[in-house]
Write a protein that binds this ligand. Structure first.
Ligand SMILES: [Zn+2]
Length: 316
């Protein structure tokens, strides 16, 4: 059986995060002040790239610490880890209310949204992973500025991986929201839906957040039942993928449908249908007679659909 081709965003080629050093203030300071240290500065959480000629994949625009400090100060820096040469890598957000925002934004032009960067495919896979780590972590900082218990200001500790309140002592850490995304099959056919927010003719696997009290299998069965009315029996984990839009973990699953009749939840979907393998293959290839298509290669949905078309799913 062929191996499942994982999506472009996987964590295997990312930085060595050196998590054991985050509480070592002397280590973080030394890393920050080292000559070769690299910084990814994100004006309003957008990623600076070097423009490249004609469709060439974009390259991240790295700065030194002094270069970033010349653009905007003060800034909060987060330690992302060390690259394969042992060089420290930091990231910082330049928020839109910062007094130097306009200048930094102009100096770092062009800036791209991480999602579009992922769709364009960065030349170096590790760079996309670093950008994803930075975007998720800095996005968490941007939305956790005050204590959820007493409302006081939070300050950053542990190299940017924790915020703590001087008023009441409560600490908070970056969170990841698990979401299930599942290919539901019945014989030679798979269930895809069209959400209200999707572009015309675009179909994808069903998906939803894992709720309090759910395990993964229950979340799959619950979401599919809610959105399509289909009962699901066996559920298997297939693969996972960080999805930092803003901070999710996509848990890719396969599920075996026990029933066939579809009842669409109109608050979530405008359509849901069974598609056979030949039709799915044409949707992957953009040759469907009605112009129907599925998510791009980078996504878990694409991986699951491709695996079904290729006979990798369901597993024997
Ligand atoms: Zn507090």
């Amino acid at each position: 059986m062929p191996l499942l081709q994982l999506p472009k965003i996987t964590s295997e080629k990312s930085l060595n995060r050196r998590a054991e050093k985050r509480r070592d203030a002397a280590f973080i300071d030394a890393a920050f002040n080292a000559a070769g240290t690299r910084v990814l500065a994100l004006p309003d959480l957008r990623v600076p790239i070097y423009p490249t000629p004609d469709r060439a994949p974009p390259v991240l625009r790295w700065l030194s610490v002094p270069e970033v400090q010349a653009l905007a100060a003060p800034l909060d820096f987060a330690f992302l880890g060390e690259d394969e040469t042992g060089t420290a890598v930091f990231a910082c957000n330049v928020p839109p209310y910062h007094r130097d925002f306009a200048g930094a934004e102009a100096a770092l032009h062009p800036l791209v949204d991480l999602r579009s960067l992922a769709l364009q495919t960065v030349s170096h896979e590790t760079e996309l992973l670093i950008a994803a780590e930075a975007r998720a972590l800095l996005g968490w900082h941007a939305h956790n500025r005050c204590c959820s218990r007493c409302g006081g200001p939070l300050h950053i500790i542990e190299g940017g991986w924790c915020r703590t309140c001087a008023g009441c002592g409560q600490s908070t850490w970056p969170r990841t929201d698990p979401a299930v995304i599942m290919l539901i099959t019945r014989g030679d056919r798979a269930l895809l839906g069209h959400e209200l927010r999707f572009p015309d003719k675009f179909y994808s696997t069903l998906a939803g957040y894992v709720e309090p009290g759910d395990d993964i299998e229950h979340a799959v069965r619950r979401e599919v039942k809610e959105e399509s009315g289909i009962d699901v029996g066996a559920v298997e984990y297939v693969a996972s993928q960080p999805w930092p839009f803003p901070h999710s973990l996509m848990i890719g699953c396969w599920g075996d449908a026990l029933t066939e009749a579809i009842t669409i939840d109109r608050t979530e979907l405008t359509d849901a249908r069974w598609f056979d393998r030949a039709e799915l293959a044409s949707m992957l290839a953009f040759t469907h007679p009605d112009g129907l298509f599925v998510p791009p290669r980078i996504s878990m949905a694409h991986t699951l659909i491709r695996a079904f078309v290729d006979g990798v799913l369901p597993r024997a």
